[in-house]
Write a protein that binds this ligand. Structure first.
Ligand code: PRT
Ligand code: ZN
Length: 225
């Protein structure tokens, strides 16, 4: 068991959220010494350490208590929360701050040549996605029965491969859709990076550390806003 007199924050090791997350923490006055394997960074200015991981692992690390806080896309956090709920597991984490970077949207995209009268157009079709839970919730809300086809990557080529008729993927500029002769048809989920925390409050020294960190983050975020 690790001691709970230090706080441990999980951030993405390398990817879109890595630099903005490190930048935000630096602005909040946190400084770190990197370990040789670059997976763990020891907090030098405060007893707050970093774990550098894949973004998909962050909700699980918080749920199991390996990490206390995490910087992760709302898309990943919400998808995994819905998955836990579907498995009958209790709520384990929640977003406690919007961080204002990593903005994107999870959207349904369809071949350019399609007409788009509305979500009913998807009825009975296959939709390739890495976010089956978010997609299924949206389809339910729209009252449309379609079949999510789960792919872990390269979702945008699924229609050309004959694996699905439409896709549901993250979009920021739209250049990837355009390059694949697809057009954005409907937004399923708006996302940005969030600070995630356990659903139950810390009952030890971490509570005070987390409160101090939040005060500092709020100061940084209010200047940015
Ligand atoms: O290795 P690891 O698992 O940690 O990284 P990853 O490859 O899963 O994640 P990464 O770094 O690609 O994305 C991390 C998070 O950044 C996502 O979970 C989102 O919250 C956020 N984000 C913001 C994005 C985008 N914008 C984005 N554009 N994630 C992915 N994309 C993809 C998009 O799907 C498209 O394929 O980037 C491509 C380019 O987008 P366009 O629309 O600008 O062409
Ligand atoms: Zn990932």
């Amino acid at each position: 068991m690790r001691t709970h007199d230090r706080l441990r924050i999980a951030i993405q090791k390398s990817g879109r959220l890595s630099d903005p997350a490190r930048d935000l923490l630096a602005r909040a006055g946190l400084a770190f010494r990197e370990s040789r394997d670059r997976l763990f960074c020891y907090g030098e200015s405060l007893p707050i350490d970093l774990l550098l991981v894949r973004d998909d692992d962050i909700p699980g690390l918080i749920a199991e208590g390996t990490c206390d806080l995490g910087v992760v896309g709302q898309n990943v956090l919400e998808e995994q929360a819905l998955e836990r709920a579907a498995e009958g597991k209790p709520e384990a984490y929640r977003a406690i701050r919007d961080l204002g970077f990593g903005r994107c949207r999870l959207s349904v995209a369809v071949p350019n040549e399609w007409e788009w009268p509305g979500p009913d157009r998807l009825a009975g079709l296959r939709i390739a996605t890495s976010y089956p839970q978010l997609l299924a919730r949206w389809l339910r809300n729209q009252g449309v029965a379609a079949e999510p086809v789960v792919l872990s990557g390269s979702v945008e080529i699924a229609p050309r491969l004959g694996k699905a008729e439409a896709i549901c993927d993250l979009v920021s500029t739209g250049a990837t859709l355009m390059a694949n002769q697809l057009k954005e048809a409907a937004v399923v989920f708006e996302s940005q990076a969030v600070l995630a925390a356990p659903a139950t409050p810390f009952g030890d020294a971490r509570a005070e550390l987390a409160a101090m960190l939040l005060r500092r983050l709020d100061a940084v975020l209010s200047v940015r806003a």
